[in-house]
Design a protein around this ligand. Sequence first.
Ligand code: FAD
Length: 320
Amino acid sequence: EKIQAGLAEEGKVVFSFEFFPPKTDDGVDNLFERMDRMVAHNPAFCDITWGAGGSTADLTLDIANRMQNIICVESMMHLTCTNMPVDKIDHALSTIKSNGLQNVLALRGDPPHGQDKFVQIQGGFACALDLVKHIRAQYGDYFGITVAGYPEAHPDVIGSNGVASLEAYHNDLAYLKRKVEAGADLIITQLFYDTDIFLKFVDDCRKIGITCPIVPGIMPINNYKGFIRMTGFCKTKIPAEVSAALEPIKDNEEAVRAYGIHLGTEMCKKILAHGIRTVHLYTLNMEKSALAILMNLGLIEETKISRPLPWRRPANVFRV
Ligand code: FAD
């Protein structure tokens, strides 16, 4: 079913996990084992990323199908549309449709490595809005469509001072509203570490008439270098207290991870206290921090849960 259905239950707090396609076969096997353990905790959905320009297309499609039909969790596939021929996009959509997936995260994508700007391929799409329109035109209401939202505005318009101008921020919001009006049902946000920025973003969206659920994307800090790389790439604001807490422990991986769990827990507590009923965890394919945060929030049990058998469906459900 569409993932927004699982988010709609009155009063219930739900969570979800994002994964990315590993580079090796062993990595894929490990991911499925981990996913299996994580799904036992009953996430509302799980999603799998799409390499820019279709670089992981076959693997992403395969993982998405196995998530839905073997791991048996409501699954969403990311799909980027730039540097992607339309027939490749349609192949991806029709493949997941025939495998029973009903959820797509419709994205523009970033330019390929080594390029600053993406080049629109002939007959191809220029932005996520084009993809949302295409999916609605071709597939009607079959898919639940999610789009990306940027609490600090998209990095393209964040200046050297680390913030977007007020005008750029409001243009970004207006564009987000167009994606929703074109058919998106749900917004998942880019990662952030300043919870007030996220809460203001939600308020600002509501003020301009965006009414769909807005799901906060939470990336637990797992290691210092990765955190600096990711926040640099996304131009994410690092609050002063986070820098101050990390600076003295940055070479101690264990301490950084423990702080990441603490910070993630506090961020989620504050978000949930403001009436938001969902948390989306960017797991980076790791389970410990994500599960520790959910445990701290009382959303999952500490004891190992085993799912009632039989829950595995036969492997021959695929139609590619
Ligand atoms: P768009 O929504 O098309 O636009 C990005 C920004 O450009 C807008 O916010 C707006 O400011 C401006 N803009 C674009 N078109 C217009 C227009 N017509 N008019 C006015 N303004 C416009 N990347 C991957 O490669 N694979 C993934 O799986 C992936 N998953 C992601 C998941 C989430 C939740 C998020 C937040 C990002 C993800 N990304 C992924 C990164 C994403 O592809 C990049 O951030 C990309 O630069 C923008 O994608 P978008 O869909 O937000 O773009």
